[in-house]
Design a protein around this ligand. Structure first.
Ligand SMILES: [Zn+2]
Length: 231
């Protein structure tokens, strides 16, 4: 498998190209473009969330806890006092970091259900739903964030697959084929759970017709927007 740094670098490289093109094509603001890059880069390490007791997994649950805490904070900003907001945010962070992380590792095996295309779709639909419901991004930006995470996760799976091939001797290691698969047939309960989460999150996503409409309104001619004149 590729290591943490390779995943961060690989995802950031692929996603930044996509984010730069989307920013030009759909005339996005700078924070919108930067959010796409961050979402995609986090997507690039998300599948290794199932690495038990590893630094990447600890770091990931910390990041997810922080994001969950911040989303909770902004959702309750109007109704609660500063002290309540702080206490709640810390509590949400701790809940995600420890009990949720512990339960998660009880249920998964490395390179199991989280290393599959259906998991990539789940991560992307859940991101879209959270962005739309809790961060109040536009329908277009919510779907773009979801797409960004999908590209990040896909980059991770492809990198893991590439690293299972020994290029010097063209010997294929045992892990070949364990990263890029539609779904994990060895772990059917976990795979069904992933499909269930995806379907539930789908109902919380913005209507894609709205996103398409916003896309058409903001779309700029692709050739002058993307291709330099010297090419
Ligand atoms: Zn991996």
């Amino acid at each position: 498998m590729a290591d943490f740094n390779t995943h961060i670098f690989g995802a950031a490289t692929v996603v930044s190209l996509g984010a730069a093109c989307a920013t030009k094509l759909f005339d996005l603001s700078m924070p919108e473009g930067v959010a796409l890059m961050i979402a995609g880069t986090v997507g690039g390490v998300l599948p290794d969330i199932d690495l038990r007791k590893s630094e990447p997994s600890k770091a990931l649950f910390s990041i997810l806890g922080l994001l969950a805490g911040l989303i909770w904070l902004f959702a309750n900003l109007q109704n609660l006092t500063g002290l309540e907001l702080w206490l709640g945010t810390v509590l949400v962070y701790l809940l995600v970091r420890f009990p949720l992380g512990f339960m998660f590792h009880k249920l998964t095996t490395h390179r199991g259900a989280m290393h599959s295309l259906i998991a990539a779709i789940m991560f992307s639909v859940v991101t879209c739903a959270i962005a739309w419901q809790h961060v109040q991004t536009s329908a277009l930006q919510s779907w773009l964030l979801g797409a960004s995470v999908f590209v990040g996760v896909l980059t991770h799976l492809v990198l893991d697959e590439l690293y299972s091939v020994d290029f010097t001797g063209v010997r294929i290691r045992r892990s070949f084929g364990s990263a890029l698969k539609p779904l994990d047939t060895q772990q059917l309960p976990a795979s069904c759970f992933i499909i269930f989460i995806t379907l539930v999150a789908w109902f919380w996503c913005p209507p894609y017709e709205d996103a398409l409409q916003q896309m058409n309104q903001r779309y700029l001619e692709w050739r002058p927007a993307l291709i330099p004149t010297w090419l």
